[in-house]
Ligand binder design. Sequence first.
Ligand code: 5RP
Length: 259
Amino acid sequence: MDFGMKNRLSRIIKPKTGKTVMLAVDHGYFQGPTTGLRDIKKTISPLVSHADCLFITRGMLRTSINPGTETAICLRVSGGPSILGELSNEDITTSMEEALRLNASGVGMSIFVGQENEDRTISNLGRLVNIAERYNMPVLAITAIGRDMARDARYLGLACRIAAETGARMVKTYYCEDFYKVVEGCPVPVVMAGGKKIPEKEALQMTANAVKEGASGVDMGRNIFQSDSPIGMIKAIKAVVHRGASVDEAYEIYNKSKK
Ligand code: 5RP
């Protein structure tokens, strides 16, 4: 692997632990002003320095993030449909030049395996990888799940493997039973998305399970920024991911911060 690619990946996945805590705040690209991200600058500013990497669109990066940040940036580069349309109808919306200008350490896009536009989103991933590899820019593929799709190891394993086969350097997917099977079949690092907001202790348990089963960390949004203590939650997630803290210890970190 070339220096540039390795260097960018080590900005995202910390070489000391081989893990990452990515903070996902890209939800507005199809959901608009989501709960917790209405005033993105206000909510996210205190969290940025706690994250290893921020997963964000170029618009929010330009308007709402301090350019002096030392946190790595992974840029969401796909989009198109809103929550009112057909979500799988995505295309690439942000160029590689823009990602380089913004000093991104990675770019990310969604694929919609088993859904309408499956083939086009996977081809788009291939095209993005073709361009990104020219500049040693790692591509993170996100396995988007339609409302009717089964969240099981068979389906997520299929989607993650296709992402890796198409050239993604990292894959983001959701937690499921037998998550280790998803990781086993995917030769590039897998990070877990948090999904809908659940009670804090459950989110910590899910994170601990995912890491134990081979995840390289998280790219988590709502379970952090919609928490009643986003700072407490990101600190607790970090303790689980980077230090292997127990769920009880991490929950204590969250609780203390809340007080
Ligand atoms: C949306 C995304 C999000 O970044 C991803 O789902 C992580 O956020 P959350 O933890 O809230 O699920 O890719 O398409």
